[in-house]
Structures are given as structure tokens and as C-alpha cells.
Design a protein around this ligand. Sequence first.
Ligand code: SAM
Ligand code: SF4
Length: 325
Amino acid sequence: MIDQYNRNIDYLRISVTDRCNLRCKYCMPEGISTLPMKDILTYEEIRSVVEQAAELGFRHIRLTGGEPTVRIGLPILLREIKSVQGIEKVSMTTNGILLEKMLPGLIESGLDAVNISLDTLDREKYRELTGTDGLETVLSSIRAACSEGLKVKLNSVSLFSDEESIRTMVSLAEELPVDVRFIEMMPVGYGKKYPGISHEDLLQMLRRMYPGMEKDTRQHGFGPAVYYMIPGCRGSVGLISAIHGKFCSTCNRVRLTSQGYLKTCLCYSDGADLREVLRGDMPEEEKKTALWERMREAVFRKPDAHCFEKPEAMTEYAGMNAIGG
Ligand code: SAM
Ligand code: SF4
């Protein structure tokens, strides 16, 4: 649907859980508490939201979290969402720890594409950052997803500013047909404590390290990444630069938190409480209409731009795991 700034909003990211099997320091450090299960939307409730989203013109759903693969029965939800009329594509963002084992079920349920998060290829740094010695497991999942023919993109938060870290991440796009996307750290949740490397600096480094690098103007999806081709690489290198490359004028997405709150921008608490409608005491048909109306109003009001450059103006204090990164 078209919002008040004439943007076509057709992409819904759904956080299916706020729990995770890793403890990335910038997202869900040790000791963080999680929500009681009764506060989390059931699969039936998520399906109801997706049905109304499809009515409003949403076409692409991404399952995320927390870590989506830790929620029991995820392939069942995936199949349900794929069967909603109007939904064209369902993808997932995962840390890759459980992915390899779950691939057959997810593919059978219709998974179209997967983004796998991996911030470093240094085993010790990975363990230190996530609290788990899982680098080899993630690499194995990445290779398995590629062999299955899934469209795979890698997401790497730009934490490390040394050439070796950047070169090893880029080397994955040499070895495999994957796009490697660097993500500029956003001051959301614990991310405020780990600003990482600015993407102005990262781009300069990449240009210096790969003088043959050229802008890649091919369509890679509908997201905000700016892509570059590096000679010898099978995949492209993408930069998602929320801070040094504000892309709000073309933003096409909203988020459903694991508690059923429809968030229209990462920066602000604005949105709509859909769980209240879903669990309200009214006949099913009225509920559908109420959901549709609440979603339509909230999406229409989507703010024009984030304010990460002025963190004091932010009104969202939840962590990325609860919001659905
Ligand atoms: N657990 C899954 C994963 O790690 O891919 C999905 C959820 S996670 C919140 C989604 C993505 O958000 C990950 O790539 C993670 O690195 C990224 N992320 C988390 N906090 C962030 C922040 N403050 N700024 C930018 N990206 C962040
Ligand atoms: Fe878990 Fe993903 Fe957050 Fe890491 S970034 S703690 S894997 S939800």
C-alpha cells in the first residue's frame, strides 16, 4: 500500500520470537531476559496478520527474530504464510546455527531465500562476539544452502576495521555465489555501545583494497543495499548504510514484533498494537476488519525518515531481537 509519503510499502518483517541461541554482544548480551511465551503471537495469530497484510498489498514476508529457527514448528508457519493469497515471496534471516539441519523442511515448505548473518571469519572473534564456538557450523550451513540452490545473502555487521577482516568476508563472495553485505551498525538496543566502522570509511577501504571494484547496477532485491562488483568474485559486495547513506525515501518495509506490535520505523515507537485486536473479544469477521484498519492507518502514518544521526530524538528503546532485525 502507498503511505503518506508516496512510498509503496509491501514488505513485512516478522519477528517470530525474541529468543536466540546466540548472545551477540550488540544485540542480546548474556543475562538479557526474554518474554513469556504467552506474550508472543501464536502461528495462527501471525497468519491472521499476514492475511490482512496481503489484503493491503504486502507481497514479501521475511521471518526473523531473535532467531527464527529456535521457534518450534517454523516450517509449518512458513507453509501457512506461503499459502496466503497475494504473498509472493517468503524469506528468512538467520544466524545459521540450526539452518543446515532444518533446510530440507524449510525448502519443502517453500522458503524462497535466506540471509545468513556472519560478522567475522575468525573463529576466536566469532566465539567472543556471539558466546558460541559456532563458526564452522555457520559456514557449513552457508555451503549447504548454496548447494540446495537457495538464493543466499550474507549479512555482516561492520564491526571490524582491519583489512584482514574485510578481505576474509569478501573472500566468501569469491568462493560461493553469495552476495556479502556489510551492515552499518545502528544505534538500536545494545548496538549503541558498538558503533563499528563508518561506511564512508569502509567504502574508502574497499576502493583501496580492490581498485577494480565497480558499482553493480543490477537488481539484487528490493532492499537498501548498494552493490559493487569485485573482479574474481562470484557474488557482489553490498553496503547497507543506514547512517551514512540514508535510504528512507525508498523504504518499503514495516516490522511485526514478536509481541504483535506493528512498527513502522526502527527509530520510533509509533505503530499499532495488533495483539490487542487479535486477542480482543469480537466476532472473527469484525476482527479481520479491525486488523486491516489498524494496519492501514499505521502504515499510512509511517514516518518519513529515521533519526539515527540524532539519537536523542529516538523513541524506540527495545532491542533488535524483540523488534525483528
Ligand atoms: N538471529 C537472526 C540473525 O542474526 O540473522 C535474525 C535476527 S538479527 C536481529 C538480524 C540482523 O540484525 C543480524 O544480521 C544482526 O547482525 C543485525 N543487527 C542486530 N543489531 C543490529 C544493530 N544495532 N545494527 C545493525 N544491525 C543489527
Ligand atoms: Fe541472536 Fe541474531 Fe541477535 Fe545475534 S544478531 S543475538 S544471532 S538475534
